[in-house]
Design a protein around this ligand. Sequence first.
Ligand code: ZN
Length: 412
Amino acid sequence: MDPRGNLDRTIDLHIHDGVLTIAPPEIPKDADVIRLNGHIVTPGWFDLHVHLREPGREVAETIDSGCQAAMNGGFTGLACMPNTDPPLDDAGRVQWVLDRAAPWPVDVHVIAAATRGREGKELVEMSELHDIGVQAFSDDGSAIRSTAVLRHAMEYAHMLGARVFEHAEDASLVHGGVMNEGEWSTRLGLPGMPTIGEALDVLRCILLAEYTDAPVHICHVSAKESVEWIRWAKGKGLAITAEVTPHHLLLTDEFCKDFDTDYKMNPPLRSEADRQACREGFRDGTLDTYCTDHAPHTWEAKMQEFDLAPFGIVGLETALGLAFTHLIPDVVSLEEMISRAVYAPREILHIPVPRIATGEPADLTIINPTAHWTVDPAAFKSKSRNTPFKGWSLTGQARGIVSKGCAVIRDI
Ligand SMILES: [Zn+2]
């Protein structure tokens, strides 16, 4: 299935030297034949927001384990965030990550830091980074606090054909918070992070995009007001793009009531009204892309008390199953999900979008849409296990990828 090519039928795919021929007149005698009856083959899924943790926190994830988690989850490509230790804020460090990832059949792109040391003061050497393939800049983990610095980052990135990815947050409003500010934070006695702490920064980005004519991408939208402002900005024709995570589409802050730190992330799980707004925004395309904010943490780190544990959950190995079980077709059609998970993230990065067509590189995700399985974190390829979806029964599972001349397929 490749909606862009109006392709939705049962056909043979022949792959030779990593290049596709669809519906070949005959199958070569020496070909390995893999029967995918009952499966769906789509162009390869791409996760636009991943934390690979290397360098610096290899105990939680490495480039190797993160790539294996991506493959296991059905992703042929991902973009990783620069909040490593040290941060990915110069060409040498970015090239090191690209080189480490190159042998894996996952197309890894680096989102470089927007400012040196992610300190929000001085822009990185954007032009030099763009020359080695960087298409996006972000201080993710934090917002770019100075509006003047954010403005210059957006303008300079735009000159290069790249864009800034903003982790939308007004630090003065959310500082010290550990969950959504609302009824549940009051009941649990935990400090809250109000939705306006996100929406204010979303509006700041929108106003800057209008003033500078530069595009901007909003990471992990979680608040109703944010969705409404982004919809308004898109209606005005501004170059705003945005992403949403499975957890903000499926969970609310009520899940924090047992103090399980696998429900602690930033931005936090919000109210039911926010969740519904995110679903509506995802349905109507206000939120362009489905990405995980895969944020591995060790068991020891997450075993701390709720207010001390780090923010973040893993997502690469559950996103596709959650989409097939809970979002298709209730929120989006399969065609729309392919658009959000395959086309949109690559268009935002200005990288080629894979197609299922003769002569194209084979870049495919193989899905069993009827497979029943239970999320067992012990079976993850990721080094970390911090998922709020542990024990969930899902229907629909990635069974392999084809990418960069490799086929990695299981349980067919
Ligand atoms: Zn973030």
